[in-house]
Design a binder for this molecule. Structure first.
Ligand SMILES: CC(C)(COP(=O)(O)OP(=O)(O)OC[C@H]1O[C@@H](n2cnc3c(N)ncnc32)[C@H](O)[C@@H]1OP(=O)(O)O)[C@@H](O)C(=O)NCCC(=O)NCCS
Length: 228
């Protein structure tokens, strides 16, 4: 039984496997409005969107297999690369590109305050889900945010993504607002997006965990499931 994962900064060599996890890991109804049904095309897009940096992490098994990815953004909020026309256009026809870009713009309408680390996306490979990996990665991101002096971690979760909502609520996140899809509902099929946040206790100092320039690998224990 797996009891821990190793969390480390995403390396260039991880981009292809990370892109694959994104392409197959998201719930169909969540990602299909944004991504093509062809897994290889979706992988091509994700491989360009996912970049190494101080806010990109992977969780790996003891055998070194990358099993999950978490990407964050720090303020001041840059125009997210996810809305890049040229990246989509390299992989998709014009109409699909326009559609994907509209959806991405909707997803990024919700912005957060400057005191927050924004958890942009989190995905666990399907065969590794429900083993505590998501919990471990989110706990890691919260610790990292705390070490960097942020007051909160924020994120957006599509209304109806129950596994994601349960995970975040278990870890102390609460909903701060819902942005209805409105016009975009016809494109995405979702009711809206819930913005959630977790307030952090102020950092006690100490070096950031796995931050910029750090090759640190942090072992995070997987919590034992407590049966009701
Ligand atoms: C949402 C997501 C990230 C959760 O990741 P995960 O690794 O499956 O999450 P965890 O295993 O930590 O927790 C999920 C459940 O498994 C349970 N679990 C944890 N360890 C377990 C174990 N050893 N055995 C069985 N179940 C376990 C948790 O208690 C939790 O149960 P609950 O849903 O009843 O509360 C994952 O489902 C995913 O990648 N989904 C697709 C992408 C997505 O929607 N991302 C979120 C976007 S906002």
């Amino acid at each position: 039984m797996v009891t821990a994962v190793n969390i480390r900064p995403l390396a260039d060599a991880d981009r292809r496997i990370a892109a694959h996890i994104y392409a197959v890991g998201f719930l169909d109804e969540e990602v299909r409005p944004l991504m093509p049904r062809h897994v290889d095309r979706a992988e091509g897009i994700f491989a360009e969107l996912i970049q190494p940096g101080p806010n990109s992490w992977v969780a790996a098994s003891d055998a070194g297999e990358v099993v999950a990815v978490a990407l964050c953004q720090e303020p001041p909020w840059p125009p997210p690369s996810v809305v890049s026309w040229s990246i989509y256009r390299r992989h998709l026809p014009v109409v699909a590109t326009a559609r994907a870009r509209l959806v991405a713009q909707y997803l990024y309408r919700v912005r957060f305050t400057e005191d927050a680390l924004y958890l942009q996306s989190l995905v666990v490979a399907p065969e590794w889900q429900r083993q505590g990996v998501g919990h471990a990665l989110v706990r890691f991101v919260c610790r990292e945010a705390q070490a960097r002096g942020y007051a909160r971690v924020t994120l957006n979760a599509v209304v109806g993504n129950e596994p994601a909502h349960r995970l975040y609520e278990h870890l102390g996140f609460s909903k701060v607002q819902t942005t209805p899809a409105g016009f975009y509902r016809h494109l995405v099929g979702w009711e809206g997006v819930d913005s959630m946040e977790k307030r952090l206790q102020s950092a006690q100092g100490g070096a950031p965990v796995g931050g910029e320039g750090s090759a640190a690998e942090t072992e995070v224990a997987l919590s034992t499931r407590v049966e009701p």
